[in-house]
Design a protein around this ligand. Structure first.
Ligand code: ZN
Length: 178
């Protein structure tokens, strides 16, 4: 498995914008190829943004994420007492500390970044629902292509809007991209 390190900017047509406080996105080379290919298949008004990939645990960044997570869980518990069962899905590292096939994706519509989660994982479900309805066609288009080329989208509704997905080389990827 080869890992590629990307800085903020455009890489082979794919936009990269590391999520604060990260300055790089480390991503699996095949996953990157797939994302670049998917970008070419999207309608002109849609731009993918890669925001997160591999983050080693034993780094400043990994430490920062762990601290945010601890704090976040406390806040989440208080805000959403009925959503305790989602904590593992939302605050788990979801593979970001394993390798570069686990990525988070965001997108731009006509050059404007669409914030599906304006308050991050604390965005109330009713707001999330409204945004999903408003951007249904963009989202469907992106999710369909991601799935087609080997990305499995997270099962949790909030993580889905962060577009957390796990990449696994599939036949279509082999046939069309390699
Ligand atoms: Zn993620």
């Amino acid at each position: 498995m080869t890992m590629t390190t990307l800085t903020r900017g455009s890489h082979g047509g794919l936009r990269v914008s590391p999520r604060w406080p990260a300055r790089y996105v480390h991503v699996d080379a095949d996953a990157l190829k797939a994302l670049q290919h998917i970008q070419t298949q999207l309608p002109e008004e849609l731009t993918l943004i890669l925001t997160r990939g591999y983050e080693a645990r034993a780094t400043h960044l990994g430490f920062a994420r762990t601290q945010f997570r601890k704090f976040g869980i406390g806040v989440f518990r208080r805000l959403y007492p009925n959503r305790q069962h989602e904590i593992t899905d939302i605050f788990g590292s979801n593979g970001h500390d394993v390798d570069g096939t686990h990525v988070d994706i965001s997108f731009c519509l006509n050059g404007r970044r669409i914030r599906m989660l304006p308050l991050g994982v604390f965005t109330p479900p009713s707001w999330q629902q409204r945004r999903v309805e408003r951007h249904a066609s963009s989202l469907n288009c992106i999710l369909t292509l991601l799935k087609r080329y080997g990305f499995q989208i997270h099962r949790n509704a909030t993580e889905r809007l962060q577009i957390h997905c796990d990449f696994r080389v599939n036949q279509r990827f082999r046939d069309t991209i390699l």
